[in-house]
Design a protein around this ligand. Structure first.
Ligand SMILES: C[S@@+](CC[C@H](N)C(=O)[O-])C[C@H]1O[C@@H](n2cnc3c(N)ncnc32)[C@H](O)[C@@H]1O
Length: 228
């Protein structure tokens, strides 16, 4: 009991120090890192990895996919090309990152033919989309969000998504609860236990299935949320 509390405090302190001074976000961020580095690098590998995974999960071109925290389209570029026109929905809080991704990673021809729908918002305003998703992915998003923000995301998505929609979400798994006093930030690291992820789901109208290891290159773990 005492040992476990001590470990938890040590871990919380370690993360607090690590997260104290994150990289800048938005325009300032792009002065020191490019749009690929700002979403974590490993551009081709992590982009294609998400695409292959969702295709193996049954994603068809006729499905609508919501990419929450789409960033500069590391995975989006694969999904946009694959899905039928209008079936890629992307939301991100960093306008500049979205713009850089559009400009540098996707040809005008593909963009104009595929007409992805993009919302810039930090408040998970899913109701602004015209279509409803069959699949949603939050890859490397909850890894940077506080509990409060994960809740807003899950609550808003539960209100917006149809009953059959599944959310694939990654997180950094901790075997003990970590205390956190810092706000969400794209280059801060947040860690949660699988029980916390399940409880968050339960409180926001989702049932969670723990997948855990899915061969993610940065060892992010995976859960799938189903609507209750
Ligand atoms: C590590 S990046 C991952 C981007 C993308 N999912 C990928 O795999 O390349 C996290 C992204 O989440 C976005 N983000 C963070 N908080 C957000 C929020 N509250 N609403 C929308 N996007 C957010 C960041 O701007 C960033 O683009």
């Amino acid at each position: 009991m005492f040992e476990s509390m001590r470990n938890s405090i040590q871990k919380s302190w370690f993360l607090l120090k690590k997260n104290w001074k994150p990289w800048p976000e938005g325009e300032e961020g792009l002065k020191v890192r490019d749009h690929r580095q700002m979403v974590g690098g490993m551009w081709d590998e992590i982009g294609e990895f998400q695409f292959n995974f969702l295709r193996n999960q049954g994603l068809e071109p006729s499905n609508v996919l919501l990419d929450i925290g789409c960033g500069s389209f590391r995975a989006g570029k694969w999904f946009i090309e694959y899905l039928e026109p209008g079936n890629y929905l992307g939301i991100d809080k960093q306008k500049e990152l979205v713009e850089q991704g559009k400009k540098n990673e996707i040809s005008d021809e593909i963009w104009n033919n595929k007409t992805p729908e993009i919302i810039v918002s930090d408040a998970f305003e899913f109701h602004k989309f015209q279509k409803k998703p069959d699949y949603a992915i939050a890859q490397s998003l909850f890894t940077h969000l506080s509990i409060q923000d994960i809740k807003i995301c899950l609550i808003n998505l539960a209100k917006f998504a149809p009953a059959h929609c599944k959310l694939y979400a990654t997180f950094f798994e901790s075997d003990k609860k970590v205390m956190n006093i810092l706000s969400s930030h794209s280059s801060r690291r947040f860690e949660y236990t699988s029980k916390q992820m399940a409880d968050l789901g339960k409180n926001c109208s989702w049932e969670m299935q723990y997948i855990g290891d899915w061969n993610h290159p940065r060892n992010q773990k995976l859960v799938i949320y189903y609507k209750k």
